[in-house]
Design a protein around this ligand. Structure first.
Ligand SMILES: [Zn+2]
Ligand SMILES: [Zn+2]
Length: 346
């Protein structure tokens, strides 16, 4: 089968390798579409995410969908040919956190497309049958990978608690920030404004129905927004940019006693952030790690029912042979690109 290996920062190599053989309780899936995630861009550019370093050529891709080729013991639920999306977290099910219903914090977690488990930038992949979800025909292939991104947005909002009627600002209009906006709106929250430095992304956010999308350093307009929110600013600020500057801004923009939710992945290493505002404003600060299996199922339900429309996110579709271009474009944030999708794969 064909597989795209990241062999060095900014460099892919297409290799012919044997297709994997499913182990016990595993399913063989032919990948049809795979997404490029912001976290993949960390591997692409720096060869690492946090303390996880790529020390050999690696097949990334944790956002994907496909068709079942061989379901083994799962044949009754997933007959050959079933379209599936895959939840990328493989939790042990028995550790303290799994028993606490927080499998994203599992002590023995493996994550597809994250070393050591190769991902969906390949024609075939094996994964536990437990991780598969049927992908309804109303969700076309290029949207399949975005289900994972939406699950992260849902988990982010879930960690905020009851958001109905609450005011929120979102820093960063990348896929996670935008999907968080759509899900917050669905949940009845009021997203007062977003900030985003890239013009095409500001326009796209407006296209999705977010009227107020500001430059992150347009402090005058942000102060105006604060005045409109009872003069105290939003109750929640979601940091979805992963930039050191927006880490600080989130604390600045949120109201006293409010909550900041960090779901962006910031570059590796220590960063200098002044936490004085957090103390003086008595903030709650929440950090997000990926998502939960139930968020994934909820994401599929929301897209299948038309509550959340992923179609506008799927404008940058690349054939599998052009994986290098897809990454280059995503890394350079070429205008108009929100999410790079590989389709078809293989
Ligand atoms: Zn991702
Ligand atoms: Zn566990």
């Amino acid at each position: 089968m064909r597989a795209a290996y990241l062999v060095a920062p900014y460099r892919f190599e297409r290799r012919e390798v044997p297709a994997p053989t499913p182990g016990k309780a595993e399913v063989l899936v032919r990948v049809t579409a795979a997404g490029v995630c912001g976290s993949d861009l960390h591997f692409y550019s720096a060869g690492r995410i946090g303390e996880v370093v790529l020390d050999q050529p690696f097949v990334m891709g944790h956002e994907f969908c496909g068709v079942v080729e061989d379901a083994g013991e799962f044949s009754a639920s997933f007959p050959k040919g079933t379209r599936v999306a895959a939840e990328p977290s493989i939790a042990c099910g028995t550790c303290f956190y799994c028993r606490e219903d927080r499998p994203n914090l599992c002590l023995n977690l493996t994550f597809i497309g994250f070393p050591p488990k190769g991902g969906g930038y390949a024609e075939f992949i094996t994964l536990p049958g437990e991780n598969l979800r049927c992908l309804p025909d109303s969700i076309p292939d290029p949207q399949g990978p975005l289900v994972e991104t939406l699950a992260v947005a849902i988990h982010t909002v879930e960690l905020m608690g009851d958001v109905r009627g609450k005011s929120v600002a979102i820093l960063g209009a990348g896929p996670v920030g935008l999907l968080t906006f759509l899900f917050l709106r669905y949940c009845g929250a009021t997203v007062a404004y977003m900030t985003e430095p890239i013009e095409s992304r500001r326009e796209f956010a407006q296209f999705l129905g977010m009227p107020t999308v500001l430059q992150p350093d347009d402090f005058q307009s942000i102060a105006e927004q604060e005045r409109e929110l009872d003069g105290v600013g939003p109750e929640f600020v979601v940091e979805a940019a992963g930039e050191p500057a927006s880490y600080s801004q989130a604390m600045q923009f949120v109201r006293r006693g409010g909550t900041v939710i960090y779901c962006g992945i910031y570059p590796y290493g220590a960063m200098s952030v002044d936490f004085t505002p957090a103390r003086r404003k008595e903030l709650r600060m929440v950090f997000v790690r990926r998502s939960l299996p139930r968020n994934y199922s909820e994401a599929i339900r929301l897209v299948a029912s038309g509550e959340i429309d992923l179609a506008p996110f799927c404008r940058a579709v690349y054939p599998f042979d052009r994986v290098a271009t897809a990454f280059e474009d995503a890394w350079k944030r070429v205008p108009g690109l929100v999410k790079a999708i590989l389709h078809p794969v293989g």
